[in-house]
Ligand binder design. Sequence first.
Ligand code: ADP
Ligand code: MG
Ligand code: ZN
Length: 487
Amino acid sequence: MTEMEPVIGLEIHAQLKTRTKLFCTCPIDPGAEPNTLICEICSGQPGALPRMNGKALELAAKAGLAMGCRVNERSLFSRKNYFYPDLPNGFQTSQIDPPICEGGSLDIQGPDGPRTIRLNRIHLEDDAGKCVHDPRRGRTLVDLNRAGTPLIEIVTEPDLGSSAEAMEFLRKLHALLVRLEVTEGRMEEGEFRCDVNISLRPRGETRLGVRGEIKNLNSFRYVGQAIEYEIKRQAGLYAAGRPVLQETLHFDPDRHETRTLRSKEEAHDYRYFPQPDLPPVMVAPGLLEELRASLPAPAEETAARLRGQGLRDEAIALLMDRKGAVEYFDRAAAIYDGPGRIGALMAELLLPACQRDGVPVQSSALGPGGLARLAELLDQGVLGRRAAQELFGELFETGADPGELARERGLLQISDRGALSELAAEVVASHPGEVGKYLGGQEKILGFLVGQVMRRSRGAADPKGAGEALVAAMAGLGRQGGDGDGN
Ligand code: ADP
Ligand code: MG
Ligand code: ZN
């Protein structure tokens, strides 16, 4: 049998990070009471006239510039006609030709090596409202708060060859758009969701096969599962000599399978009409310059820089995935020149704590200055790792000074040589039996003696320094003993 290869193209919807809707000034807030954030425009009253939100245009253009798209100076809105109860206009306002951005690409590191995934286009459109099913009372309610929320749809060329590549592409795109502050990207809220188009063809064939389109996936994991399932389903049809039909599918995450929603033939003719209520969208060249200048360094450059500063790959990935984390890192590293330690503290303690409490990194009570100080205390050996972990919860909550808090809690390590020698001498004097065993060759007993130094210092001694001080103290004894014997 000929080997079949999967061909995948994605359509990603990202909710733009604007305060208000795309064509009216209603605020956007997913937590508001149903139908409290609506007006005559976003609720589709006849005769109401839309007005374009300039910020949405800026964000769409910014996303395009970051991925090397051509940003059209002039693009147009069309009406894409549907009937849905949560679409009061009877059409979605979208862009067909020309859209705001065309072309461009995103490079990914796939499991089969680096790949360049080409983009077909990015266009602006508005979101629909929501149907809320109330099974208890057997009815469906419509909430229009979301209607008119600005989205960009990013359409790729069919350049992805596996579920792993598709997931990697989505992760990278998500991280980029969040970093650019184009979207908040909260996937559980549906702010970043995607449709997956997938077909099979004999390996080596250049024409595309018939595709299935799986709608509205809002987690990377579901995208992977849906693709795997759909590849098997289509391969089964081909193997049985049955045709694959072009259809729109729904993925059921509980049953891990795709189901037909509708066949594309019936639904395809949306009848795009030009939208006469909106003038062409114009992008001033000045705006593009300004946006280009505001773009952060490409992710590869930032990653390479962080690697050069001695951060480990896991820490780099974490920092780059969290909004504001690289900026926080840079500020801390400017205060204390210990980037490796700072990166590790962020990856191991700070970012997990922020994640757990839902606190954005930039507004953590423990600011870059505090974290820098903590890193410094660790590097100086004044504070141990265990003690740092113990203090961290309180530092994170209160933003207290790490040095002061450690002193209050008696957690500062004694690494001062004189103090350690004194403690070691006391322990040696009060444990002649153990000391004898050590000198007789039982080196393991040193651990016990270090423990005694730690006890005497109530945990404040630096264990490594304590060990050295003990060895030095006992070496002196050994020599004395030797001399005595010889006399
Ligand atoms: P539509 O808007 O009707 O879904 P498009 O032609 O705009 O169709 O394509 C949407 C997405 O589907 C794009 O990402 C494109 O790369 C992808 N695509 C188109 N044809 C195929 C195919 N045969 N197999 C896999 N992906 C495809
Ligand atoms: Mg589609
Ligand atoms: Zn409105």
